[in-house]
Ligand binder design. Sequence first.
Ligand code: SF4
Length: 96
Amino acid sequence: MNYRQRKFSRRELIKFMALGAAMPFILGVTHNARSAEAAKASKALMKYQDKPNGNEKCSNCIQFIPGDTPDANGECKVVAGSISPQGWCTAFAAKS
Ligand code: SF4
């Protein structure tokens, strides 16, 4: 029997249909994540530095998304790439 003559079981068909239904969601999530990162400003443009500017640092900024631990790098809502909690850039906005 070649692959054209093969009959699919109902279980295989359900798996195949479920994968097909999930594919737009999977592709959409990865596309959105890439688009969100691409929409951010570069570190160079925002004059990002890995050290604080006086009392201003990323861990005190409303744009900062913390990493797994307080000392770990996180992300920024407006600047692309890995962001140090001790960093700073010209878009700094203090948490109130
Ligand atoms: S906006 Fe600037 S200071 Fe604020 S978290 Fe992002 S990189 Fe750090």
